[in-house]
Write a protein that binds this ligand. Structure first.
Ligand code: PPE
Length: 310
């Protein structure tokens, strides 16, 4: 991976190689942390963080759902992130805040363990490949079902919950596919291992609703708004597995993956087996919004206050 010079850890800027924890860190054993994935882009007005506040709010909510109170105000984390980007001299980067239960008593009651926070930033290219963003990727429905709200909290971006995504990712990548799509225990479509999913049929867009076992994606929300602003119909509703393969177009959205078309699912070509026209139209605006070239969506950008030097 691309490294950077400094990582922010509990209020200090520490050298990348020294950002370490004790092996008895609670989260390392039991997955009791929560995190965010955020991106900053180079824009004409300087480096800007996409929907920073929404991501920080989600971090706070994710933590609260696991009984953790953030030891810092969100504004403090926002400022720390700005300073971290500037001090690392990055123009664009991925941002990974982590709220974790630190070293303390072992055992499953975490409430006496300290809540600690780190923020790392690094350059991270296209998650599913540049070619994937242009041509679309090959996906497979995983045999692993998406975690159920009966057992865990799909709306919290919690570390341990990602074991579900990890199993699905390993399964499909070993079978030669680029991404997995997970269904819930009733066979309804949920999402990718790290992306929300959209299907397009007869020019209408559908995506699983908030009530599905999905993460409330910030890219998802942005793309829904962009599509509606373009005059397209977007419906949040249950999506059946067969709708994936019968769709004219399918695409995924996520901070890391941005908007990535899916050209094949379970070895069935989707539409013409390439990026479809509606996907292309929405993706073009979304990509412009990310880099500050869509005036209408400027309010989504949090400009990093001290300009980066490189
Ligand atoms: N679902 C899941 C399960 C998920 O992890 C993500 C983000 C999304 C949907 C899309 O959410 P949003 O980024 O707010 O649009 N996945 C993050 C982690 C990826 C990783 O490999 O780590 C991300 O995209 O940053």
């Amino acid at each position: 991976m691309n490294t950077a010079d400094l990582i922010w850890m509990n209020g200090e800027f520490v050298p990348w190689d020294e950002a370490k924890v004790h092996v008895l860190t609670h989260t390392l054993h039991y997955g009791t942390g929560v995190f965010e994935g955020i991106r900053a882009y180079e824009t004409e007005r300087g480096t800007a963080i996409f929907r920073h506040h929404d991501h920080l709010e989600r971090l706070k909510r994710s933590a609260a759902l696991y009984y953790m109170e953030l030891p810092y105000q969100l504004e403090k984390l926002r400022e720390a992130t700005h300073e971290l980007i500037v001090r690392n001299e990055l123009k664009s980067c991925y941002i990974r805040p982590l709220v974790y239960r630190g070293y303390g008593p072992m055992g499953l009651d975490p409430l006496k363990n300290p809540v600690e926070v780190s923020i790392a930033v690094w350059e991270w290219g296209a998650y599913l490949g540049e070619e994937g963003k242009r041509r679309g990727i090959r996906a497979k429905v995983s045999s692993w079902r998406r975690i159920s709200p009966d057992s865990l909290i799909p709306h919290s971006k919690a570390c341990g919950q990602y074991l579900n995504s990890v199993l699905a990712k390993i399964e499909v990548s070993q079978a030669g596919y680029e991404e997995a799509i997970l269904l819930d225990d009733q066979g309804r479509v949920c999402e990718g291992t790290g992306e929300n999913v959209f299907v397009v049929k007869d020019e209408a867009i559908a995506t699983p609703p908030q009530s599905a076992s999905i993460l409330d994606g910030i890219s998802r929300k942005s793309v829904i708004q962009i599509a509606r602003d373009l005059g397209l119909e977007v419906v949040e509703r249950d999506v059946a597995r067969a709708e994936l393969t019968l769709a004219d177009e399918v695409f995924l959205t996520g901070t890391a993956a941005e908007l990535t078309p899916v050209r094949e699912i379970d070895d069935h070509p989707i539409g013409g087996g390439e990026r479809g026209p509606i996907t292309r139209e929405v993706q073009a605006i979304f990509d412009e919004a990310l880099v500050g070239r869509a005036e209408r969506y400027h309010e989504w950008l949090d400009l990093v206050e001290v300009p980066s030097r490189v």
